[in-house]
Structures are given as C-alpha cells and as structure tokens.
Ligand binder design. Sequence first.
Ligand SMILES: Cc1cc2nc3c(=O)[nH]c(=O)nc-3n(C[C@H](O)[C@H](O)[C@H](O)COP(=O)(O)OP(=O)(O)OC[C@H]3O[C@@H](n4cnc5c(N)ncnc54)[C@H](O)[C@@H]3O)c2cc1C
Length: 376
Amino acid sequence: METATNAKIYDAVVVGGGAAGVGVAVALRHAGIENFIVLERHTVGASFASWPAETRFITPSFPSNSIGMLDLNSIAIGVSPAFSLEVEHPTGQEYAAFLRGVAELFELPIQEKIDVKRITKVGDDFRVDTADDTLRTRHVIWAAGEFQYPHLNRFVGSELCRHTATIASYEELDGDDFIIVGGYESGVDAAYHLSYCDKRVRLFDKGCPWKDESSDPSVALSTYSQERMRVDWFKEHVELFPQTPITSVAHADNMYEAKTQDGRRFQSRVPPLMAGGFAGSHKLVADLFERRDDGFPLLSEHDESTSVPGVFLCGPAVRHANHVFCFIYKYRQRFAVVAKAIATSLGLPADELENYRQWGMYLDDLSCCGEECAVC
Ligand SMILES: Cc1cc2nc3c(=O)[nH]c(=O)nc-3n(C[C@H](O)[C@H](O)[C@H](O)COP(=O)(O)OP(=O)(O)OC[C@H]3O[C@@H](n4cnc5c(N)ncnc54)[C@H](O)[C@@H]3O)c2cc1C
C-alpha cells in the first residue's frame, strides 16, 4: 500500500470489501479509474462470512443475466451468485465466497486487514488514517456497511441481551426457551431456526411487521419469511407479541427478565436475543455528512456528501426521499452513479458505464417513478 509518507495520492479509496465495496469497485474499473484501492479491515465478505450458519438470503438468486436482467443478488454485470453457487438462497458463507470470486475475476486492488479509523479533509484531498498507516486520496467511498455496527443500547439492560449478529449457529445455542426482541427479518430468521430445533420462542415487536401491507420489503416482511412463518414447527413453537415494546431487561437468580411497556414480565434462563437492527458504520464518518431527519446521511443526487464534496456513501444506508436502498438489488443501482461522478471529477469519459443503462441500472439520477408511486 502506498502511504502518505511517499506522497502518492489515490484517485479513490473505497472503505469496506463487502457487497457494496466490491460492487462499486467494479464500477470504478468500468469507469476507467485505475488509481484506486479498497481497504478491508478483515477479509472480503467478512460480514457475510459471520452470519449465523443457518441464515440464508431472503432475496432469491436466479441466473437471469442471459436476457439482460441481473440476478437479484448480483453486484456486477456478468456475474450471478445463482450461476456460481448453484443455490437460490445462499448462506452468508456462500455469498462471501461469491464476493471473493468477483474480486478475483475483476482483479480488484483490495488490501485486507486494514482497519480505517478516521477520514479527514485536508485542502482538496482526504487523509485516511488506518490502524497502522496514513494515506491520501482525492475521493472516498464509504462502504463499511452495518453488520459490524449493531444497535446495542436500545433500553435499560440491553447489554444483557445477545445480538443476533454475534451468533455463530442457532443449532448450537444452549437453552430451550428464548425471548427475541425485534420481529423483522433477523428476528423471524432466529425464531424459525430455533423452533425447528423444538425450542420455545416468544417474539416481541414494537409494531407488527408480520402484517404490514407495504409492498416494499425494506418495510414489510419478505415473502420468504412469510412462508417460513407458515411451517408447522414455527406455528407450534413461536408465540408472537405485536405492538409490545420491551422496555428493560434484568438478570437475577440465574433468570433473565424482560419487561414490556404495558408492565408485563417474561422470564428465560438464557439471555434474550436482540434482533433490533444496526446502528451502521456511517456513524464513524458522521462529521463528513449532514443528516436527514431520520438520522441517515444527507446525499446529493450522486450520493455525495452535501457538506464535504468528494465523500460518497455506498450500501444499505443510502436514502433518497422515501427510498430505502437496504437490499443489494436496491443499492447496487447507485454504483454507476457514484463511479460516473468520480470519473467526471477526474476528467475521464467513463464510456463503458453506458452499458449499465441496458441492465436497468441508474447512471445519472434516481430514474425512479417518485414518491407518488404505490410500489415505492
Ligand atoms: C442476517 C441478514 C440477512 C440479510 N439478507 C439479505 C438478503 O437476503 N438480500 C439482501 O439484498 N440483503 C440482505 N441483507 C442485507 C445485506 O447483508 C447488506 O445489505 C449487506 O451486507 C451490506 O453490504 P455492505 O457491503 O454495505 O456491508 P458489509 O457486508 O458489512 O461490508 C462492509 C465491509 O466493510 C468492512 N469494514 C467495516 N468497517 C471498516 C473499517 N473501519 N475499515 C475497513 N473496513 C471496514 C467490513 O469488514 C466488511 O467486510 C441481510 C443482512 C443480514 C444481517
């Protein structure tokens, strides 16, 4: 890696080698940008590799590339997890292997085991401080994801709970009786696997994601999870508590006790599982972005910071108006937009990116039907 000491300046530094970092790096290549680097604190696809062993993609993969439709879980034109992995709903470990394959195929300049600590604007460039080094770049793409930054402090005693992001395998969890806080995708996934092992599960949610009528899977439960909730073992072992926020958890006499907003108390011998989502890595670079009312970074139409030009955001934290880009098939739509903006700033024509349009990918703007659309 070239460092600030020898004064090399990269055209772009991508932080994170997950689905977003690898995908946008391919788009940078297609934009004709060569002088860039991807910095990954662990190994490519590390977040996926540490999903619970049983957890699978809810979005299906199908090899549809031959008729110009990207596999729903693909991150680059010409590749397909369905084709490479021969599975419809990959596990995290399988998808991590797919990402490593894409990185190799496109010969992406990825440096692993580099933990980015801080990014600072200095004059027209950026200083990127890693655990061991400092380097300089003209543009930064923040793609450090959410999985490694879970929401932990949601209520009194939440530190006593175990976040689902820290579970290696549901099958190997001790205990017969589980309380799960949060009933969206991760909570239903945990309940499904635990109930399959004949464990009793009580699933709490502050709303009722199981009955939301939105057609947007960023808001309502996916069809994959809805199907899982209809299997016999789920119906037999899982009790649902809609509109029931947990307000505190305590531990005494070898029992965990969760208290609900309406004053009820529920006990279990094992720590309640927290399926309450992710704070997200964008908190690490909060000083580089203005914030929207919902706390997410405010972005220009090119996904660039509105307060510090040259910093871009890629991945599930991208928001535009009421659009939530939290799935791969959503946020990959923004890769070419970011790559084109950086290429333009560097004076490169980025002609190859025009191909992205044929694949239904955005290039100049949101290209969406807008807030009036019932589906959006
Ligand atoms: C259980 C679960 C199931 C899901 N199922 C689906 C699904 O079916 N379909 C779908 O589309 N999406 C799904 N998602 C969401 C999907 O996983 C995320 O959208 C995806 O992981 C985001 O990719 P990413 O590259 O932004 O983040 P990540 O995959 O987390 O990648 C970020 C990378 O950045 C690295 N990193 C973090 N901080 C630093 C740092 N400071 N310095 C250097 N490197 C750093 C990490 O090691 C990591 O490799 C699911 C998520 C979860 C948790």
